[in-house]
Design a binder for this molecule. Structure first.
Ligand code: NAP
Length: 239
């Protein structure tokens, strides 16, 4: 039987590229999504045309914290197991101190930390049986502090800390690592100054989805890496 990977937020952008990378390497894909029904169904059609019954979709809002267990039960019902969990889904928005933003706390924490923790917990027994791996998606800029994004930065900082703690707690059965992307897909509203951004990146370019999905796959493949945060940012966080 093929190995099975669950990718959260997998319908588009970096998540979609991770789905395609694992699919190309003979994995069966469980693609979680929330609002991107159209993109998820298009991806399902595309991957099933390459290999029949090779992808299943599950729609779930990671703010629905009471139902994490039933979401994981549904995951295990799809192919009967999970070998790799990739916590890619993330909400991302500014929370400047000048605005009333305490209601944003739950949203940013749920998708970026509470969800990854709960999914790992509920799937751990099964991951253990399959000598599994967990890979979390952080953010290369989080260690530097992020002006106007303090809650998001707390959430990703928490995710990095969680990655290291769970790597210790779940060793030697399950490896837990993270990929921390740099500037990969810029906001489509033109709010970022691309030229200035590129000048801050030692490798001189914005990254792309494949730079991230290949790093995620590498962390899955190398069986002697756990508890690591791999910054894939063209060297930007060195500055
Ligand atoms: N793009 C970059 O340049 C960059 C830079 C640094 C770090 N990262 C990290 O890399 C990962 C992928 O980046 P991305 O830009 O491709 O991510 P994204 O498009 O901003 O978000 C990925 C998916 O997360 C899902 N999501 C958000 N809130 C959710 C919730 N409450 N419940 C369930 N799903 C939810 C959304 O699914 P639906 O669309 O189905 O609602 C969305 O498509 C993220 O963890 C991000 O923080 C990205």
């Amino acid at each position: 039987m093929n190995k099975v990977v669950l990718i959260t937020g997998g319908a588009k952008r970096i998540g979609k590229s991770i789905c395609e990378k694992f699919h190309k390497n003979d994995f069966s894909i469980i693609c979680h999504y929330n609002s991107s029904d159209k993109e998820a169904n298009e991806l399902k059609e595309k991957l099933n045309a390459i290999r029949k019954n090779s992808i299943e979709l599950i729609k779930f809002d990671l703010n629905d914290v009471k139902n994490y267990q039933s979401f994981c039960d549904e995951v295990l019902n799809k192919y009967g197991k999970v070998d790799v969990l990739i916590n890619n889904a993330s909400s991302f928005f500014a929370t400047p101190l000048t605005e009333d933003n305490m209601s944003d706390w739950d949203d940013l924490i749920n998708s970026n930390v509470k969800g990854p923790l709960a999914l790992t917990k509920h799937l751990a027994e099964n991951l253990k049986e399959n000598s599994g791996a967990v890979i979390n998606l952080s953010d290369a800029m989080v260690a530097k502090g992020m002006k106007n994004y303090s809650i998001y930065a707390v959430a990703k900082g928490g995710l990095e800390s969680l990655t290291k703690s769970l790597a210790k707690e779940l060793a030697p059965d399950i490896r837990v690592n993270a990929v921390a992307p740099g500037a990969i897909l810029l906001p489509s509203d033109g709010s970022s100054d691309e030229e200035k951004l590129i000048s801050s990146i030692p490798l001189g370019r914005i990254g792309n989805e494949k730079d991230i999905s290949s790093a995620v796959f590498h962390l899955y493949k190398n069986k002697y890496i756990t508890g690591q945060i791999l910054r894939v940012d063209g060297g930007r966080s060195l500055n």
